[in-house]
Write a protein that binds this ligand. Sequence first.
Ligand SMILES: [Zn+2]
Length: 135
Amino acid sequence: MIGLVRFEKSVADSLLSYAIDSYPKEAILLLRGKTGKDGMLINDVLIPPLATHGRGFSSFSSTMLPMDLSIMGVSHSHPSGSNQPSMHDINHFYGRIMVIVAYPFQSYSDIGVFNSHGDRLPHEIVPDSIREDPQ
Ligand SMILES: [Zn+2]
């Protein structure tokens, strides 16, 4: 059980703006965060190594990823506007969750969260947490 997936507002904004910047190509981002008793928090995004814009989700190879347990999954955009994972997406699932950002990338309702079976998971946007900056 993954529970509720929470996105910090700056992360949700990054998913939308990166999808807009990449359009009409597909944008791929790694999602970093942590799990807790009642769900998951996504608080950072990372551009995957060697991700090639426009080649589609298939160009992204999980074997190139660093071993990083804070990676909760992958977000990619659907310039087509489909807000459902494709069979290809399910077959290339990586991590615990899959996020699909559907065209027109204008609001948080364009963000969908799915588990490895392609079932939609509940999610919400939360304020950014205060980061302790080591000085
Ligand atoms: Zn897809």
